[in-house]
Ligand binder design. Structure first.
Ligand code: PAF
Length: 286
């Protein structure tokens, strides 16, 4: 049985990976820790696609805005390490903020607007800049053949796909499906901010967008006005269920069309909604 090695410096990780590079493929699963079965499903995917699996655990300060939950974000390295060891992960990379960012805030940025300013970017304007810089650094440090990200953060995955194309990273990206509780709530570390009563309401978010996705499937592609009416009705229904909708949008799957008026066949319904202190994300491909 292989052992899981935890490394905290860039140099140590590079040295550890170097001997594997000529013979073996390497997969990276970037995380912020506080792992749940959603993350574990990404690790399992990584294992299917590469010989060596590296999981990074780093609560990345640059992707949190002022007043967000950076300080209270759950840090559970010991429990995470146990979970990853049980999955046979080869390396955990758990650097400090100083190791990742010699200068804070980092004076280098890699993203330039476009989809990073839309959807989640409207209420979290600096969030994807922080994701862009940390993912770029992780890609340079690990130099993986494969990297696995969850589809729950659909916009993040779309932005990273763009980043990989634009910066010519030689990395195959894999999007892992959303893992849900039995009652339909998408797994997320932030679900633990929900009170008991909010937790009982939370699965309704997925019910509403699944219903919208079904209605869109049945609607002829040129019925643009009806499509907008369905989206508006769903937004109202979500708000009436006790959420506060941040956005509910229907886009093509690379997120390039900025409203639901285009006539592509493959859609995605994307929603972000507040429920108490938790901002829940979900999506449904159509
Ligand atoms: O999805 C996440 O957990 C984070 O945004 C990521 C990709 C690990 C970057 O910090």
């Amino acid at each position: 049985m292989s052992t899981t090695i935890t490394l905290t410096t860039i140099e140590a990780l590079r040295n550890a990976l170097q001997p594997h590079r000529s013979q073996k493929t390497i997969a990276l699963v970037p995380t912020m820790g506080n792992l749940h079965q959603g993350h574990i499903s990404l690790v399992k995917l990584a294992k299917q696609h590469a010989d060596i699996v590296v999981v990074s655990i780093f609560v990345n300060p640059t992707q949190f805005g002022v007043g967000e939950d950076l300080d209270s974000y759950p840090r559970t390295l010991e429990a995470d390490t146990e979970l990853l060891a049980a999955e046979g992960v080869d390396y955990i990379f758990a650097p400090t903020v100083e190791e990742m960012y010699p200068l804070m805030p980092p004076p280098t940025q890699v993203l330039a607007g476009s989809i990073s300013q839309q959807l989640c970017g409207q209420s979290r304007p600096t969030h994807f800049d922080g994701v862009g810089i940390v993912v770029t650094k992780l890609f340079n440090i690990v130099q993986p053949n494969v990297a696995v990200f969850g589809k729950k953060d659909y916009q993040q995955l779309a932005i990273i796909k763009q980043l990989v194309r634009d910066l010519s990273f030689d990395i195959k990206l894999i999007g892992g499906p959303i893992i849900r509780t039995e009652d339909g709530l998408a797994l997320s570390s932030r679900n633990q901010y929900l009170t008991e009563q909010e937790r009982s309401i939370a699965p309704l978010l997925n019910k509403h967008i699944s219903q919208l996705a079904d209605q869109l499937r049945q609607l002829p592609i040129d019925q643009i006005e009806q499509r907008f009416a369905l989206i508006n009705d769903t937004k109202t229904a979500i708000n009436q269920s006790g959420f506060e909708v941040d956005y509910l949008e229907v886009r093509n799957q690379d997120l390039t069309n900025i409203d639901a008026s285009a006539t592509e066949k493959a859609w995605v319904v994307l929603v972000a909604a507040w429920l108490g202190k938790a901002r829940l994300l979900d999506n449904q491909e159509v």
